[in-house]
Design a protein around this ligand. Structure first.
Ligand SMILES: NC(=O)c1ccc[n+]([C@@H]2O[C@H](COP(=O)([O-])OP(=O)(O)OC[C@H]3O[C@@H](n4cnc5c(N)ncnc54)[C@H](OP(=O)(O)O)[C@@H]3O)[C@@H](O)[C@H]2O)c1
Length: 327
């Protein structure tokens, strides 16, 4: 093995520069956040997925206001057109790339078109996502739940990154932000399909960050808690549970764009993570007791014999509410 292995001594200067930059931007994010955001994104090209709704739609406005050219991506072209129009009417720059990111050809098409139109993408925000809330015992004949969460949340996100990373590495600068959930720290019941796909995305993100640390390309992960957006609307129980506002969620995103920190997570996520490591069985019992106490869930209305066609638009609808989609 050692015959074929070539060893090189790593150059340490990039790490020292990174450490200096890290503290500079973290300080600036607190003292001069608006200036810092402008410095980070002015005249930059930002590709933002999931821009038609919720967190993404609001982030698009903030980035355009700070001088970025925002490339808006989602399936609903009409909503994206309206958003781009609004941004332009405020003097900002936006372009629309409609497509289904669960289809790898769409990911490739969107990235290639964006590169052809704008020459580069400086920041990729993988924010599009879908959630499914269903117990494993109600999923035995719904393997497609696992496939479709992986398809969008994991494969779609890394396909976008694979298309845009070569340019970022060539320029020695780039930022990929992968949107995840605090569920990855807390592992609540009923979210096996959703959380497994976000765990996969986080696994990729951490390895990628470790591989690219010397290159100028940064990879960040955001672990949002519950956020009041259309995603959680189908789950009526969340009407009575505290949730972060979409405005605060935007602020988290802005903070990550400025600092380029590796992870953004709140105190609750850190507490959940600490508990799961320090007291794994106690944590499991607490979550299980909560799972058994809340029994509003019904078996899904559809089964594998009613698997939705690959090109079906899984937009929010009565059917979606009945089948348990939503955070
Ligand atoms: N809301 C929460 O409580 C919460 C908590 C933790 C993490 N998150 C994460 O935050 C991110 C944003 O969620 P949100 O709350 O803003 O949800 P949202 O309002 O439901 O927005 C989801 C976005 O993803 C897009 N999308 C869904 N499927 C797509 C597909 N196949 N191809 C392309 N785009 C697709 C949707 O647009 P189209 O329908 O037009 O395609 C929409 O723009 C997600 O990754 C989510 O997992 C949310």
């Amino acid at each position: 093995m050692f015959d074929t292995m070539k060893l090189r001594i790593p150059i340490v200067s990039p790490y020292l520069k990174r450490a200096r930059e890290h503290w500079k931007w973290n300080l600036k994010s607190v003292t001069h956040p608006d200036d810092a955001l402008r410095e980070r994104v002015d005249a930059k090209v930002v590709l933002l997925t999931g821009a038609s709704s919720g967190i993404g739609a609001q982030v698009a406005h903030r980035l355009a206001d700070a001088g970025a050219t925002v490339l808006l991506v989602a399936r609903s072209g009409d909503k994206l057109d309206a958003l781009a129009q609004e941004i332009r009417s405020h003097g900002g720059a936006a372009a629309v790339y409609a497509g289904n990111l669960a289809e790898m050809q769409d990911c490739d098409r969107i990235c290639q078109q964006a590169l052809a139109d704008h020459g580069r993408v400086d920041i990729l925000i993988n924010n599009a996502g879908r959630s499914i809330r269903r117990s494993i015992k109600f999923s035995f004949d719904r393997f497609h739940d696992y496939e479709r969460t992986m398809q969008l949340n994991y494969f779609g996100s890394i396909r976008m990154a694979m298309n845009l990373l070569p340019g970022m590495l060539k320029r020695g600068d780039g930022h990929i932000i992968n949107v995840s959930t605090m569920g990855v720290q807390a592992n609540p019941a009923r979210f096996s399909a959703y959380l497994a796909s976000k765990w996969a995305l986080e696994g990729w993100s951490w390895v990628a960050a470790n591989e690219f640390a010397h290159t100028g390309v940064t990879v960040s992960t955001i672990n949002y808690p519950l956020v009041r957006t259309p995603m959680i609307a189908p789950t009526k129980i969340y009407d009575h549970v505290p949730a972060m506002s979409a405005e605060e969620a935007v602020q988290w995103m802005i903070d990550v764009i400025i600092t380029r920190n590796k992870r953004k997570v709140g105190p609750l996520g850190l507490f959940a993570l600490g508990m799961s490591y320090a007291f794994p069985k106690t944590t499991e019992s607490v979550i299980n007791a909560g799972y058994q106490a809340v029994f509003e869930e019904q078996p899904a209305a559809t089964s594998k014999t009613q698997k939705p066609p690959a090109n079906a638009s899984p937009r929010r609808s009565r059917a979606r509410k009945q089948t348990g989609d939503g955070v």
